[in-house]
Design a protein around this ligand. Structure first.
Ligand code: KG4
Ligand code: ZN
Length: 345
């Protein structure tokens, strides 16, 4: 039996979880900073790291209390050490090091993007055993939009990536234009109509380069121009009609989802994948979840929304499999932070 503590502080959530055997969540505590950053319309890195300093201790203690275990019951401590905001990563990594040094519990650094993939193992399914490799993985978050081929535990090939904004970043920017607040993804999903929108936005067409890449900056410009034409942006003294905002939000969401699903679908065919894993905050989007399942004739694993957005459980789940599939214990007290690290290159 393994019990692993997972610490995640790469962006704006201080999240700590304890996971047993890589698939059973004993506790999952998330100290969100949304209220702190919302007035600024996005994450302010300096504020984020300062808030992590305040939150990290109590969050670790609550995760232990919720799981009803003591520190010495842990088999390993895992922590996100990249990619992410440098100041934010440093808080989690240094706390984890101090904890490991003072208890003699082994420490392992985990790549945040790989963590998002391993959230799939917390969904009462073992994709490796129940579906099999290769798996196409889409990680769509506030900082990344990566399409990967997972050929085995820990073995990835980057198939496509965004050439400009990440999908979540595009949602956040569009929501700002529409006056819907932060974070933008859930706000846009909330107001988008369930029927197809009258507002349509174009898909990017690449003349050259990798057709499995993504691009969302043109979409962002399109919605900004449309909002200006409709007199919604910049905001004036009269609030815009809710139905106009809803139509724009619906059309924008539709365009992002169509772009994501088409690349996933192509990748499954090209690489003869046995299934698909969706992860990252944007995978919490219900239209994306439905469309992917409806468009792909293969098993699609999408963790519940709370495990798609940043959490410590995915880090602990990933650590379990890293330890299980490595011949040597991967890392310990000398770990560094890697703010720009990637997966599958
Ligand atoms: O993975 P995540 O929690 O943090 C990063 O690693 O970046 O992703 C956050 C992103 C934000 O841009 C947020 O707007 C987006 O995920 N997001 C969503 C939804 N929930 C969160 N986007 C679309 N629909 C959602 N329901
Ligand atoms: Zn994330």
């Amino acid at each position: 039996m393994s019990r692993i503590l997972g610490i995640e502080s790469s962006c704006d959530e201080t999240a700590v979880s304890i996971v047993q055997n890589g698939d059973t969540i004993m506790s999952n505590v998330i100290a969100s900073q949304i209220d702190l950053h919302a007035p600024h319309g996005g994450i302010v890195p300096e504020l984020a790291s300062r808030q992590h300093v305040i939150n990290i201790g109590p969050t670790v203690l609550k995760a232990l209390a919720d799981a009803d275990i003591k520190l010495h019951d842990l088999d390993a401590i895992s922590v996100t050490n990249g990619p992410g905001l440098a100041g934010s990563l440093m808080v989690g990594v240094n706390f984890a090091k101090a904890l490991a040094a003072s208890t003699n519990i082994p420490l392992i650094g985990i790549n945040h993007l790989e963590g998002h993939i391993y959230a799939a193992w917390l969904d009462k399914i073992d994709p490796a055993k129940d579906i099999g490799f290769p798996l196409v993985c889409l990680i769509a978050s506030g900082g990344h939009t990566d399409l990967l081929l997972m050929e085995d535990h820990g073995e990835y090939k980057l198939l496509g990536k965004t050439r400009d904004d990440a999908a979540g970043e595009a949602f956040d920017k569009a929501a700002r234009v529409l006056g819907l607040g932060f974070p933008g993804g859930p706000a846009i999903q909330k107001v988008a109509p369930s029927t197809p929108s009258q507002e349509t936005f174009p898909q990017p067409h690449f003349k050259n380069g990798n057709p499995l890449d993504f691009s969302f900056s043109g979409l962002k410009t399109s919605i900004l121009n449309r909002a200006k034409t409709l007199g919604i942006y910049p905001p004036g003294s009269t609030p815009p009609s809710e139905s106009v905002i809803a139509e724009l939000a619906g059309g924008f969401q539709e365009a992002i989802v169509a772009s994501l699903v088409s690349r996933v679908s192509q990748a499954v065919q090209i690489f003869n994948a046995k299934g698909v894993i969706l992860g990252g905050g944007v995978a919490a989007n219900s239209l994306l979840r439905e469309r992917t399942k409806a468009s792909i004739d293969m098993p699609v694993v999408v963790p519940p929304p709370i495990l798609c957005t940043d959490n410590g459980a995915m880090i602990a789940a990933c650590a379990h499999h890293k330890i299980e599939h490595s011949t040597t214990f991967p890392q310990h007290l000398s770990i560094d932070i890697y703010p720009t690290s990637r997966l599958g290159l």
